[in-house]
Write a new protein. Structure first.
Length: 311
């Protein structure tokens, strides 16, 4: 099958390669001419035979919206656009309506698998009309992991359902990652445990907490023992925030996700305003010493747990 692919970054580049390995003809466009097969979106469309299918794999938000608008001006009735980025699910209805006015179909596809998808395959969550999904099934089958289709692919529902499912997937991911991270910190804090890496590795087979994320944490600790020197600054893609907003709208309690998301926010604060207020309050009601940044104050070992006491 023939496919146009816009966006050849880490994910898009590997997806193009996986599809080509499966025998599909993929023509890719990227602003970086070193990886692009054509020089423009218009050239990409002209290189494809009707009815065309164009997969968009660019950053969510303005970049995706601009790309979809450009495609609406150069594609023809009967063509299909697939947004495979991490777009906000409410944007899908806008994109679909814009393209439908020109007789162009639209699918949204949540994609999971990261840089490992080239060899392992990608988990795919698709939203849109069944007719369009069926037309693109050879592409989906080539991208998903080997094995039963329903263990790596789902037609989740109407337009927006694919990105909604991926949003929730990423919210779950936030919680899982943070649980492993908290467990790692506690093991590192206890002198009794002398092989923290070994503990995590021992969990990778047979235990109820085994997962691919656990495998990746083991790999990370092997590459950087005790994670020494790793900057705690942790960004978020936005999908955790969107998931939490949906939880509030539907009165679904999500304390694990909210804690994990807020922990990421805290990782970006050089000096937490919240903890500044807590420190000041302790000084007011208890007469405790209030540390001032400019004073170079260093707490005594009695004021902090052993595992974070000054050396």
């Amino acid at each position: 099958m023939q496919l146009g692919l816009i966006g050849l970054g880490k994910m898009g580049h590997n997806m193009r390669e996986r599809l080509r390995r499966a025998g599909h003809e993929v023509i890719g466009y990227d602003r970086n001419p070193e990886v692009s097969d054509v020089s423009s979106v218009s050239d990409l469309v002209r290189s494809l035979s009707a009815p065309r299918a164009v997969w968009v794999m660019v950053p969510a938000g303005a970049a995706t919206q601009q790309t979809v608008r450009e495609l609406s001006e150069v594609l023809s009735p009967g063509d299909i656009v697939i947004d495979g980025g991490n777009s906000y699910f409410k944007d899908d209805a806008v994109n679909a309506e814009l393209l439908a006015a020109q007789g162009i179909g639209y699918l949204d596809c949540g994609v999971s698998g990261g840089i490992w998808g080239l060899n392992n395959g990608y988990g795919l969550m698709v939203g849109g009309e069944a007719e369009h999904v069926d037309q693109l099934m050879p592409i989906f089958d080539a991208l998903r992991p080997e094995g039963p289709r329903d263990e790596g692919f789902v037609h989740a529902g109407n337009v927006g359902a694919g990105h909604y499912a991926k949003m929730v997937h990423n919210g779950i991911e936030y919680g899982l990652m943070h649980a492993y991270a908290e467990g790692w910190e506690l093991l590192e804090a206890k002198d009794l445990v002398t092989d923290v890496h070994g503990c995590f590795k021992a969990w990778t087979r047979g235990t109820v907490v085994r997962s691919w994320l656990l495998d990746l944490l083991v790999k990370a600790v092997e590459e950087i023992p005790h994670l020494e020197g790793v900057d705690e600054f942790t960004p978020d893609s936005g999908e955790g925030r969107w998931t939490l907003m949906e939880a509030i709208d539907h009165s679904v309690p999500m304390p694990v996700l909210s804690a994990a998301l807020f922990a990421r926010f805290a990782s970006r604060q050089e000096n937490s305003p919240t903890m500044q207020a807590v420190s000041a309050l302790r000084g007011q009601f208890g007469g405790h010493a209030v540390a001032m940044i400019d004073d170079g104050f260093a707490p005594s070992p009695d004021h902090v747990p052993d595992h974070v006491a000054p050396q």
